[in-house]
Ligand binder design. Structure first.
Ligand SMILES: Nc1nc2c(ncn2[C@@H]2O[C@H](COP(=O)(O)OP(=O)(O)OP(=O)(O)O)[C@@H](O)[C@H]2O)c(=O)[nH]1
Ligand SMILES: [Mg+2]
Length: 249
């Protein structure tokens, strides 16, 4: 039996969704079981499969604390997080968590992320590439892309992070509030790297805790070649701008 964890701080889990009706009810139920005390904000981009309505129904069944931010159309993961974070910061959340809706991120690992923030970290990344972390049985192509994409980003940006593309993470609100969200450019993997890089440049304490990543079983992936190219292009540009041209901090 899983022991439920009750965070001593106000934590908000932001979950972006686009067509996750096959996954979201189970994700919310498991999240509530693992960490009953967290609030949840689902940011839904008018999913035609009724994801938002399902979230509302599941929220009622689970006794509240689950809200939906409805947006008029699909605008990307980065944009969904920016909107969700702005909402959570205005609302007084002390820790903001990123989590996918597709059951790739095990809610049972959330206490380990939250306790690191409580211990002083500004950003805690659920990492596949530290001791104890696990990656799924990915195709060789996907594995190499993720592993070497992360190595490239860390090297080019001087970022001491093994898994900068991971989308399972927790931010201290006071650190997140220092990042001008409207200036964050990237979407998808690039968004994750950009946010970690911005925290690092602000002198934030970034830690990684191991997670076991589960591949999406149901529903369709929204990631595309464009997202990968965007991430690699932006990393290269930031590296040139900051490390070669020496932009002042
Ligand atoms: N609101 C919103 N959510 C999105 C959008 N694109 C993706 N998401 C959500 O962001 C999360 C991650 O997207 P995925 O498609 O799983 O991306 P991924 O995990 O890199 O790819 P997979 O390996 O296929 O799972 C999921 O919860 C998606 O529903 C979008 O445009 N708007
Ligand atoms: Mg996924």
């Amino acid at each position: 039996m899983l022991r439920a964890y009750d965070p001593p701080v106000r934590a908000l889990v932001v979950i972006p969704t686009y067509c996750e009706a096959d996954n979201i009810a189970e994700a919310l139920t498991r999240l509530r079981q693992a960490v009953p005390g967290v609030e949840v904000l689902v940011v839904d981009d008018a999913s035609p499969d009724g994801t938002a309505e399902l979230v509302e129904r599941t929220g009622e069944e689970l006794g509240g604390g689950i809200a939906v931010l409805r947006r008029p159309g699909k605008a990307g993961l980065g944009s969904a997080y920016r909107a969700g974070f702005a909402h959570g910061l205005r609302d007084g959340a002390e820790v903001l968590v990123e989590m996918d809706a597709d059951l790739s991120h095990d809610p049972a690992a959330l206490p380990s992320l939250l306790t690191e923030v409580e211990a002083g970290a500004d950003l805690v990344i659920g990492s596949r590439y530290v001791a104890g972390g696990a990656i799924p049985t990915w195709s060789l192509r996907r594995l190499l892309l993720s592993r070497w994409g992360n190595r490239y980003a860390a090297a080019v940006l001087g970022l001491g992070v093994r898994d900068a593309t991971s989308g399972y993470r927790a931010y201290r609100a006071t650190m997140l509030a220092r990042i001008p969200l409207q200036e964050v450019q990237a979407d998808g993997y690039g968004f994750q790297i950009e946010m970690a890089y911005r925290v690092a440049r602000l002198g934030g304490d970034i830690r990684e805790v191991p997670i076991s990543f589960t591949d999406r079983v149901r529903g369709e992936s929204k990631m595309s070649g464009r997202i990968v190219v965007e991430a690699l292009g932006l990393v290269t540009w930031w590296g040139i701008r900051d490390r070669v041209l020496g932009r002042r901090r």
